[in-house]
Design a binder for this molecule. Structure first.
Ligand SMILES: [Zn+2]
Ligand SMILES: [Zn+2]
Length: 229
């Protein structure tokens, strides 16, 4: 029922959530490599393309996928500013801002750039906290979790949380004074709220890297708040 394709420069997890007993599915964070994503969803009826946030590494495959799959794009409206910021950075520097990975990518001669058409920023359905997305019998609940970006969201189905770049094994996603539109205080508040009403056995599926569980991460909240990142 849950599948992923790892795509692009930053090994972004593009998640596929299929409703049980149907071929209806949602696609989360089509970050790059549209051909590989299309292969993975072959035979599925993609009802929604949902963005956890609009950093470049989560959105670059949107133009080809919306064209091929005829699926709507769903995101929090506060991400409009984030995508505009991504485009402004591209314009100014000739490549996207890949956070702490930028220098490594430049050093190996792989500046983070798009191949092909860029997303025009169109969101077909703006999402707010507590909204639900119906995929067949499956209900996906939206949790607004600002901090890594102002309109970052996590997506919950029973037993599973898709956390984008908000929460990883070992701590929160990237925030800090040098990263525009981020807030450490906000991300910690968001993560506390997110974990407060979620059982320990719930699986966490982040935007990059391996899965974890709520029970494995919850004991470290205070330690993250103290270290400040
Ligand atoms: Zn991000
Ligand atoms: Zn990311």
């Amino acid at each position: 029922m849950i599948d992923k394709v790892v795509v692009g420069d930053l090994d972004t997890n593009c998640w596929i959530i299929r409703a049980p007993g149907t071929n209806e599915a949602a696609l989360i964070d089509p970050g790059a490599e549209p051909d590989r994503i299309l292969q993975a969803v072959d035979g599925l009826d993609i009802r929604a393309i949902v963005l956890t946030h609009a950093h470049y590494d989560h959105v670059l495959a949107i133009p080809i996928l919306t064209h091929q799959l005829k699926a709507p794009v769903l995101a929090h409206p506060a991400e409009k500013e984030v995508w505009q910021h991504e485009l402004a950075h591209l314009e100014e520097h000739g490549h996207f801002d890949a956070g702490t990975a930028t220098e490594d990518l430049l050093a190996v001669g792989r500046p983070p750039r798009a191949t092909g058409q860029l997303w025009d920023g169109t969101v077909d359905r703006p999402l707010q906290d507590a909204d639900t997305i119906a995929i067949g019998e499956l209900e996906i609940t939206v949790k607004h979790t600002p901090g890594h970006s102002p309109g970052s969201i996590c997506l919950a189905i029973e037993g599973h949380l898709f956390t984008g770049d908000t929460l990883f094994p070992g701590g929160p996603g990237l925030t800090g004074a040098q990263w525009p539109l981020t807030s450490f205080e906000a991300i910690m508040r968001s993560i506390r709220g997110l974990l407060a009403d979620t059982p320990d056995e719930t699986q966490i599926h982040p935007g990059h890297g391996r899965d974890t569980t709520v029970g494995a991460e919850r004991p470290h909240l205070r330690e993250w708040a103290t270290r400040g990142w």
